[in-house]
Design a protein around this ligand. Structure first.
Ligand SMILES: Nc1ncnc2c1ncn2[C@@H]1O[C@H](COP(=O)(O)OP(=O)(O)OP(=O)(O)O)[C@@H](O)[C@H]1O
Ligand SMILES: [Mg+2]
Length: 370
């Protein structure tokens, strides 16, 4: 007999979850939800799956369970309900959702924000619709390098009921910027209604851009790692400085441990020459292959030149102020590599804008629980 099936809209109504949350749970708990490979925007849900989603909601919303705790609980349940057992397939990422790329580093000041802003320009010049999420909570400065002034940030959306579009500023070439703002910590204390309001708006934005770049802070902090592991791909920026490469290795190691499915590319900034950059890549790649059993993506390098400083100081992206500078030409090359599916694109992982929001939420909830 055919079992009754429900559309995602119906599931939203029945569970009180946002579509984005459902997608997040599908990914996080795919093994319990037994999805088919046909997953996509039009997929449907069985009553069993809806029950599990309700259960997950109860555990996370009411009891404040973390992912691992929920997983343990679901394992217990699935033992007693045989129909819930089975390998299941995580849902395939639907093509209309943005590709999420985090830019991070071990050591600070190696050029993450410069890379994020100019990569965004390069990708926009290639016809991509790009958004940047400035997740460097506390030191958010993407807007400065882009030469825009966000009047509002995520905090205003959350606390004061502004819409996400109010907190979105458009920079050059239509690049959208969401500034996290320091008040993002407040997300920990959102009411259900406020949280849903933000997520609903994120859903919309995710369909409006092709690529979302996330500029994270530096170093091995919970915050940075959460954002990085929820992205499809991570760009680890380093310089040829020994301390920076050692820290880059540490972050790569941790990213591998936290997210074996993620794809990591290395970008050597402020390089003296291609030779120096290759050397840095080879050293790190050799170590990663040997100790982490992982081959890094080679995203190339950006030479050190004073045009970068001048452009940053003038608050106009390098690619627009000095498009022919040696450093600008390097960034164009990096953009091509990022778009080259063979080198960098992660075909396996299914993440989304909502995962980033999920990461943000859990970071904050985690921080609040400490
Ligand atoms: N290729 C380059 N050549 C010369 N200067 C550069 C280059 N890339 C970045 N810089 C300069 O290095 C400094 C740090 O850059 P940026 O702010 O982008 O780093 P960051 O990694 O985002 O720093 P933080 O960790 O503080 O967020 C800036 O003054 C920037 O102008
Ligand atoms: Mg920065």
């Amino acid at each position: 007999m055919l079992k009754q099936r429900f559309s995602i809209r119906q599931v939203v109504e029945m569970t009180g979850l946002e579509e984005s949350e459902i997608r997040f749970y599908e990914k996080a708990f795919g093994e319990f939800l037994q999805f088919t490979r046909m997953a996509g925007p039009d997929r449907d849900f069985t009553p069993d799956q809806i029950d599990i989603l309700k259960r997950i909601k109860e555990l996370t919303h009411k009891r404040g369970f973390g992912i691992e705790e929920v997983r343990r609980e679901l394992k217990n349940i699935s033992r007693s309900v045989p129909s819930l057992r089975g390998p299941g397939f995580p849902p395939a990422k639907t093509p209309d959702l943005a590709r999420v790329i985090a830019v991070t580093s071990g050591k600070g000041g190696v050029g993450k924000t410069t890379v994020t802003v100019n990569l965004a320009v390069a990708l926009a010049q290639r016809g991509k619709r790009v958004a940047i999420f400035d997740a460097d909570l506390g030191l958010a400065n993407v807007h400065i390098l882009m030469g825009v002034r966000p009047r509002f940030n995520l905090m205003h959306v959350i606390q004061d009921g502004f819409s996400l579009s109010d907190a979105l500023v458009e920079g050059p070439l239509g690049i959208k910027l969401i500034s996290g703002g320091q008040g993002v910590r407040e997300l920990a204390n959102l009411t259900d209604e406020q949280r849903r309001n933000v997520l609903r708006q994120m859903d919309k934005l995710e369909r409006e851009v092709d690529i979302l770049l996330v500029d994270t802070g530096a170093g091995i902090s919970e915050n940075v790692l959460r954002f990085a592991t929820f992205a499809d791909e991570v760009i680890v920026v380093t310089t040829s400085n020994v301390a920076a490469t050692v820290d880059a290795y540490s972050i790569i190691k941790i990213l591998r441990e936290m997210d074996p499915q993620g794809k990591i590319g290395l970008l050597c900034n402020m390089a003296k020459s291609m030779y120096h950059a290759k050397n840095v890549f080879n050293r790190l790649d050799t170590a990663a292959r040997k100790y982490l059993d992982y081959a890094l993506g080679d995203l190339g390098y950006i030479v050190e030149d004073e045009y970068v400083l001048t452009a940053n100081q003038a608050r106009k992206p390098l690619l627009l102020s000095f498009p022919h500078a040696p450093s600008a030409r390097c960034i164009l090359q990096v953009a091509d590599t990022v778009l080259n599916a063979k080198v960098f694109k992660n075909a396996e992982k299914q993440s989304s804008f909502q995962d980033i929001m999920g990461a943000l939420k859990r970071t904050l909830v985690g921080a609040a629980a400490l």
